[in-house]
Design a protein around this ligand. Structure first.
Ligand code: HEM
Length: 443
C-alpha cells in the first residue's frame, strides 16, 4: 500500500496519487451527495440530522466535491473496518487540505522522521507492532493510575467548586486527559499543558480547513513537539520508570528487533495527541447530553452505578470522532457498489452508532439502554482504539466526581455551541454551567 500511495501524515500532494474520479455512469452521485456539505455550518452543528436521512435514503454515496465515498450504515462500516487488506488506514492522519508551500517548506526544514505508526499502518507491520504495543497496554497499567487521575480531577474541581459558575471545558476537561496520558506514559506532568498547546492546531490542520498561517504555525509546533517526544524517549532509555514508556524501553533493550527507536518516537508522538483531544471532546459532548437530559443527569447523581453505562451511551450518541477514513487498496465493493482502487472512504461512525438496525431509537440519548459495547466510537477490528480502557476510566472518574460534587449544576441557558469544523473530530469548545454554591454538598 505505502508503495502505491505516499500518504504520510504531513505530505501535501496526494491527490494525483488517489483514485481517478469514478465514472459517473452508474455511480451513486445523487441528491444526498449534492446536500453533503461536511464543512457547512448546519452539518458541523448537527451532522446527525443529515446522517439519519442519508442512512435511510442512500447509505453509501459518492461525493464528487470532496472526492469521498461516504458510508453511513453500521454493517457497511464494520465490514470496512474488518477488511484492512482492501481498505487501508494509511489515509487516517493525512491532511484533508493539502499543505501550502510555506508549511511544506517548514516541514522539510524540520529534523523529524514521521513514519506510519499503528493508526495509519499497513496490515503486515501493524500486526506485529500492535501485538507489542497493545499487549503492553495492560488493564494493570491503566488501573494503577486510577487514584492519580481521581486526585487530579478532584483538585481541578476544588479550584472552581465555590465559584457558582464555570466553563467545564477550560476549567476541567481540557487539561485532565492530557495529564492522565502523561502519567500513563511516564512524562513529567508540568509539560502536559505545553504539549496540549503544541497539539492544539493539529486537529484543524489534519482534518479541517486551516489557514496558511495555521498550517505554518502547526508545522513549527510539530518540530517542538517532536523534540520533546524524542527527549522523553531517550531519557526513558537512560532511566526507565515503572510506567508504559518504561515498559517499552525495557522491551526494546531486550529485543531491538521488535521495533526501532524511531518507531517508538512515533508511537509516543501519536499517543500524546490521540490520548487527550479525543477524551476532552467526548467528555464535553457527554456532559452536555446529560445536562440537556436533566432526568438522566439526576439519575446518575442519585445512583453512580449508572455511570459505566452512561459513558457507553455518551460514546455511542456523540463521541469525539464522528467520521474516520480509509483508502481502497484494490478494486473492491462496499455493499452493492463497485469501489475502484484508490478511492477515499469516509466512514460516518457517528451515523453507524445511531443506526436503528442495531440501536433501537438510535437518535435518542438513553443511559438506560442495554449496552454490549457495539458502538463504533473506538472503531472496530484490528485498529480498534488501543487507549479505550484509559478513555473509559477517565470519563467515568470525571462523571463520578462531577455528579458527587456538583449534582445541582445546570447548563447556562441560551449558550451557543461552538465546534471546530473538521471532517473527523467533534467537540464543543465551551460548556458553561452554573449552580448555587451555598448548596454544595459537603465534600
Ligand atoms: C474518547 C476517547 C477516544 C476515542 C473516541 C478514540 C477513538 C479512536 C478511533 C476511532 C481510532 C481508530 C480506530 C480504527 O481506525 O479502526 C483510535 C485509534 C487509536 N487510539 Fe483512540 N480514542 C480515544 C482515546 C484514546 C486514548 C486515551 C489513547 C491512549 C493512548 C488512544 C490511543 C489510540 C491508538 C494508539 C490508536 C491506534 C490503534 C491502532 O491502529 O492499532 N485513544 N482511537
Amino acid at each position: 500500500m505505502s508503495d502505491d500511495f505516499d500518504l504520510g501524515m504531513f505530505q501535501s500532494t496526494p491527490d494525483e496519487l488517489i483514485a481517478k474520479k469514478p465514472d459517473q455512469t452508474g455511480c451513486p452521485v445523487t441528491g444526498i451527495a449534492a446536500e453533503f456539505e461536511p464543512f457547512g455550518d448546519a452539518y458541523i452543528a448537527n451532522p446527525f440530522e443529515f446522517f439519519r436521512r442519508a442512512r435511510n435514503e442512500e447509505p453509501i454515496f459518492y461525493d464528487p466535491k470532496s472526492d469521498y465515498w461516504v458510508v453511513l450504515s453500521y454493517d457497511d462500516i464494520v465490514d470496512i473496518f474488518r477488511n484492512p487488506e482492501a481498505f487501508s488506514a494509511a489515509l487516517a492522519r493525512h491532511p484533508v487540505t493539502p499543505l501550502c508551500p510555506a508549511a511544506a517548506e517548514v516541514r522539510d526544514s524540520l529534523n523529524i522522521s514521521i513514519e506510519p505508526s499503528l493508526v495509519d499502518e499497513d496490515p503486515e507491520t501493524h500486526r506485529a507492532h500492535r501485538k507489542v504495543f497493545g499487549d503492553a497496554f495492560t488493564p494493570k497499567r491503566v488501573n494503577e493510575i486510577e487514584p492519580q487521575i481521581r486526585k487530579i480531577v478532584t483538585d481541578y474541581i476544588d479550584r472552581f467548586v465555590d465559584d457558582g459558575s464555570a466553563d467545564l471545558v477550560s476549567k476541567l476537561l481540557y487539561e485532565v486527559p492530557a495529564l492522565a496520558i502523561f502519567i500513563f506514559l511516564g512524562a513529567a506532568d508540568d509539560k502536559a499543558a505545553m504539549v496540549k498547546q503544541l497539539g492544539s492546531t493539529r486537529v484543524v490542520v489534519n482534518w479541517g480547513h486551516p489557514s496558511e498561517t495555521e498550517q505554518v504555525d502547526m508545522m513549527k509546533d510539530i518540530g517542538k513537539h517532536w523534540t520533546f517526544t524524542k527527549n522523553l524517549v531517550d531519557n526513558a532509555f537512560e532511566n526507565h520508570g515503572d510506567n508504559y514508556l518504561g515498559d517499552m524501553a525495557r522491551l526494546h533493550k531486550a529485543d531491538p528487533e521488535k521495533f526501532t527507536v524511531n518507531y517508538l518516537y512515533n508511537v509516543m508522538f501519536l499517543m500524546q495527541f490521540a490520548g487527550h483531544e479525543t477524551t476532552t471532546q467526548a467528555s464535553a459532548n457527554g456532559m452536555r447530553a446529560l445536562l440537556e437530559n436533566r432526568d438522566q443527569w439526576e439519575a446518575v447523581c442519585m445512583d453512580p452505578s449508572l455511570i459505566r453505562n452512561a459513558v457507553e451511551e455518551i460514546l455511542r450518541y456523540d463521541s469525539s470522532i464522528f467520521a474516520w477514513r480509509r483508502i481502497a487498496t484494490k478494486d473492491t465493493k462496499i455493499g452493492a457498489f463497485d469501489i475502484p482502487k484508490g478511492s477515499k472512504i469516509l466512514m460516518a461512525i457517528g451515523s453507524g452508532s445511531r443506526d436503528g438496525k442495531v440501536f433501537a431509537d438510535g437518535d435518542k440519548f438513553d443511559i438506560f439502554r442495554k449496552h454490549e459495547k457495539k458502538h463504533l466510537a473506538f472503531g472496530n477490528g484490528v485498529h480498534f482504539c488501543m487507549g479505550a480502557p484509559l478513555a473509559r476510566l477517565e470519563m467515568q472518574i470525571i462523571l463520578e466526581e462531577l455528579s458527587r460534587r456538583l449534582p445541582h449544576m445546570h447548563l447556562v441557558a441560551g449558550q451557543e455551541w461552538e465546534y471546530i469544523p473538521t471532517l473527523a473530530f467533534r467537540g464543543i469548545q465551551k460548556l458553561f454551567v452554573e449552580w448555587d454554591a451555598t448548596r454544595n454538598p459537603a465534600n
